[in-house]
Ligand binder design. Sequence first.
Ligand SMILES: Nc1nc2c(c(=O)[nH]1)N[C@H]1C(S)=C(S)[C@@H](COP(=O)(O)O)O[C@H]1N2
Ligand SMILES: [Mo]
Length: 162
Amino acid sequence: MTPARPGATSASPTVRLLGHLDEPAELTVEQLRALPAHRVEVSFDCRTEGEQHHGYEGPALLDVLLAARPRIDFSGRKQRLRFLLDVLGADGHRAVVSWAEIDPDFGGRRILLATSMDGTPLDAAGPQLVVPDDHCGARYVSAVTAVWLGPLGDRPEPAPTS
Ligand SMILES: Nc1nc2c(c(=O)[nH]1)N[C@H]1C(S)=C(S)[C@@H](COP(=O)(O)O)O[C@H]1N2
Ligand SMILES: [Mo]
């Protein structure tokens, strides 16, 4: 029998929230639905597949992380700028998002952790990162298994893979 891999079980894959958080968590897609959901229609370009159009629904990545209580000093603004999010997919594909991209005082981008794509629930596949303003689809990391939050220069080595 294949040993269960955290975040990649076929029954209900989970996404782990790691790093500088007061309440690190491991959430199923179903648990992500407890947060307010947003709906977006997006287009992005893929170098191999061409132009793609999809409708996604899910919580804002910001809300997912705020629920885990980031250890970030929010008293000022400059302190936040060194923080980044390392988003990891089940196949090892990964993309970095800066905290400032999703912070309403800076980019305020509506980046989602989608629980459905084109009306199809992602419970079995795992959630997908949705980056509506990106032209290229490469940051639409699917089957997200981990999101690490932390400051630049304080990243875990080796990278979180399980
Ligand atoms: N986990 C994972 N997510 C991924 C990729 C990948 O290789 N692995 N490829 C990205 C790329 S290059 C593109 S263009 C989009 C394609 O999204 P789609 O297949 O849902 O249209 O997924 C992105 N998400
Ligand atoms: Mo792509």
